[in-house]
Design a protein around this ligand. Structure first.
Ligand code: ACO
Length: 324
């Protein structure tokens, strides 16, 4: 049996904030933000909208689109860095309740912006070990709640949203080669201080800074190498070259990071799907939102070879290789 992506869905909050809107809050400009990041807009959740609400909206859209009932879901794996609650309960359990489900396992994965990639591999492994038929894998974030809206270095970079995929199992012969075939997962914990919400946890005693902190330059340098190394590792493990890949679906953090990665691989950046202009960096949600956009645009055809690749807080990095 092989796991494959049977359906996708995504949801972003209604409120759309432009670069010009931000330039009224902090000392920045559309020109600076777009030229340094590729971002034009980001969506911001309403105060009463929690991460679980974004995730449930994405999951419902996925189920409606595929004509499936939530009752088929055997397990929920949520990847988030901005859960509904601090520590516990897990947001996946809240999602299970909101979807009207009971008994099935539900848990959160914390791997920063690489979270969705980790969650897909965890789900795939659980499906093999426990014979789950359908696992709902979600990436969802309300980053606006941990954003310092007075810090131009970070507040222009992030947005809220959720994306979901349903991983199902099928016979290899029926899938004709399709499926999630491989993943590589890595972490470089020595860089944990470069991207953090410093306060609120057990390591912090003053509890003052509950907003996101980032050393942008350090993360940038790490990201280009991590993305390139991950893609090369996946290609080598699977006997492929970059020319065999139809699309790379990267974590949408900064189009300059993505372009630099494409350049180091000696390939055209048009192979890398980009939608950062519309959503900014939605952390663990960015790859499933990108997959959803690609499906909506009719870009993904059966048999296409796809690599997802990402990096994030931890510092984590990794990727999945799949045939659509
Ligand atoms: N508007 C105007 N000027 C700004 C802004 C802004 N929004 N932000 C920073 N600047 C200024 C800085 O203050 C600095 O000014 P100074 O020279 O007078 O001090 C100048 O622009 C250049 O700053 P740099 O940090 O060198 O700018 P850089 O070109 O490196 O771009 C950026 C910064 C976009 C953050 C880049 O470093 C980057 O993309 N880093 C990685 C970010 C990332 O990927 N984050 C997410 C990773 S994981 C996750 O997704 C959670």
């Amino acid at each position: 049996m092989t796991s494959y992506i049977r359906a996708v869905g995504a949801y972003v909050p209604q409120k759309k904030l432009s670069n010009d809107d931000l330039s009224k809050i902090v000392d920045t400009s559309d020109e600076w933000i777009y030229s340094h990041t590729g971002i034009k807009y980001r969506h911001i959740a309403a105060p009463e909208e929690a991460t679980s609400d974004l995730a449930v909206a994405a999951a419902r859209l996925l189920l409606d689109r595929a004509g499936l009932d939530a009752g088929i879901i055997d397990c929920i794996v949520l990847s988030t860095a901005t859960g509904d609650y601090h520590g516990f309960p897990s947001t996946a359990c809240v999602i299970q309740d909101k979807l009207g489900l009971d008994e099935i396992p539900a848990f959160d994965v914390a791997a920063g912006c690489t979270g969705f990639i980790y969650a897909v591999e965890i789900a795939r492994s659980l499906m093999k070990a426990n014979d789950y038929q359908n696992v709902l894998v979600i990436g969802a974030e309300k980053l606006s709640d941990v954003t310092d809206w007075t810090d131009r270095n970070t507040c222009v970079l992030f947005g809220d949203g959720a994306g979901a995929v349903l991983l199902s199992q099928a016979d290899q012969d029926d899938l004709k080669g399709r499926g999630v075939l491989d993943s590589v997962l890595h972490a470089k914990g020595s860089g944990n201080q470069y991207l953090a919400v410093p306060s609120g946890g057990t390591a912090d005693k003053n509890g003052e800074n509950t907003c996101l902190y980032m050393d942008g330059r350090a993360v940038y340098n790490f990201a280009v190498k991590a993305m390139k190394d991950t893609i090369v590792e996946l290609l080598e493990r699977n006997g492929l070259t970059i020319d065999d890949i139809d699309y790379v679906v990267p974590h949408q953090a900064n189009f300059r990071i993505i372009n630099a990665c494409a350049k180091r691989l000696g390939t055209d950046s048009s192979k890398f799907f980009l939608n950062i202009d519309q959503y900014a960096n939605t952390s663990a949600a960015s790859i499933p939102i990108a997959l959803n956009d690609m499906v909506s645009k009719g870009l993904l055809k059966s048999g296409m070879k796809i690599i997802t690749v990402g990096f994030g807080a931890g510092l984590t990095y990794g990727g999945n290789y799949l045939i659509w």
